[in-house]
Structures are given as structure tokens and as C-alpha cells.
Design a protein around this ligand. Sequence first.
Ligand SMILES: [Fe+2]
Length: 311
Amino acid sequence: MAVLGIDSVTLEVPDLSAGVNFYTNAGLTAQVDGQRARFRCSGQSKDCIILLGGANAKRLHHITLRVEGLSEIARGVARHGGRLVDAPQGSAGRGIWLTDANGMLINLLDLPQDAPPSAGTAFAVNGPGRLVRKGRAAVLPLARCPPVTPVRLGHVLVFSPDVVKSVQFATQALGMGLADRAQDVIAFCCASRHSDHHVLAFAKSPAVGFHHASFQVNDPDEVGRGGRLLAQMAGKGDWGFGRHTIGSNFFHYIQDPWGSWFEYYSDIDYIDDYALWTPTNYALEDSLANWGPPVPPDFVHNYEVGANAPN
Ligand SMILES: [Fe+2]
């Protein structure tokens, strides 16, 4: 029994049209039905972001994880401080629903692992004594660059009032691995095999909330180009282009209409078998970036504090 990956994140938002605008500008495809908008990556057959409109403020509704061994997980939820709950009204009612040890709502679906995305052109970097690209330019004129469209949702970072407790639940009840952490302030969890460095991460805050969803693009150029364009269109904050120490991914974060974030990423570490991985506890100075622009002052601000209804 174990989590295989992140399936989707569902948010309540006050203004659905602002969300549709933001995520379609980010390169996702939208399907709107009344006060519900579903978004998926190009070429994918399932939704990765769901927005429920008409709320007073943006709020994390739930995350959905793909698992194997649903019934075995269900049997252990209460033992690890969680609670099995009824499916929320209006949901499809698939899989099982539970709250974790901090009260975060999670939907678990018994779904097979995604087929890997088709491989694009390799990002070839010439280096000293290592010429892997000869006789051609690496970069096209901007007008000839195709639009940046995310390939898949890779991970979600949520706020947690107790990161240690969140990780214990994720590892013990859900069979995830602790990939790395920075003290008790931020922690990154992976699937036990064939996993990106993290598929679910937790950052310390007074309350549960949504921080960001992260989408894989083809290469670092697309992170930079897509991030810059979306930042211009969104007109709020952004952070990037940069590279994380923890997970090693290139990143560009763009602030959504409600103060949380959308990340384009490329080249994240891969954990083929968690049994062979050694987690590191990093210093806080390594928790955000190895390099990049100055961090926006509200990058880790949880705008949902005070807006959370009890689960
Ligand atoms: Fe991220």
C-alpha cells in the first residue's frame, strides 16, 4: 500500500473567471461547468486543478493522491491520527476520503501510474571539454518559440500547522517517503518508487492551506520563458528563474489571483527506489533556493489563515 503520485488539487475560490484566466494563461486547458472549473495539461486525460467558485476567499479544499492498496490504507488511517470521512457533497465520491493528522482533507484514488510523457528534444548544454551541441543554435527567436504548455502536475506544497505530524502521517499512513527536509519548517515527501523528488510537501504555518502546485515543462528554457510571460500576464508577484537546492529543480513561481503560487519546473531529482535514498536535513538557508532572485516577502505567507472553515 502506497501513494503513487499526486493526482490533483481542488481549491475554493471567490472569483472563478479570474482562475480560468490565470490557469489558461499558464498553458492549461479549462472546462467550465457553472461554478466548477477543471484544468488539465495538454495531452492528459484527467484534471489536475479543480476550482470551485463562489467562496468568500481562496481556500484549499482537498488534494487527491493516486494510491495502490486503498483498503489497506483505509484500515490504518485512524491508527495514525487521521479520520475517514464521507465524500463531500457534490464530489464524484470516488475512492476514499480522509483527513490527515492536521485535518487536511485528502481523497485517495486507486489509479494506475501515469504513462510517462513522451520525451522531447534533449536540453543539450555545452561545457568545458564537453561539446554535446555543435553546428546549430540552441535558442530560436522568441516569435518562433512555441507556447509553453505544462506536461503534467508534478507536486503540490501545502501549509501545515505541524510539519512533523504531517510527515509522520504521509509516511506511516500513506506509505510515502521523506525525501528531504529543512528542520521542522519544510519537508518533502515522495512516492516509495519511480518518483519525482517530491510529490507532496509541507511548509510550516499556523493553519492548513495551499501554497503552490508545480507543473513540469520540457526544459529550463521553458521554465524561464513560460514564467516570464505568465508573470507579465498575471501582473502580481513572481519568483524566478532560479534553482532549488532541495530537489534540484529549476523553478519560476508566479503568484495566482489569491496570493498562492503556480510553479513551472524542470529537471527535478528522481527517486527510483526510496529504500536506496538517504534523506538530508538541510539548514534553513538551503530551504528555498540555491540561486535566484530575492524571495518575495509574501512567498511563504498563508493567506488562508483565518479563512479556514473547520473540516
Ligand atoms: Fe515546488
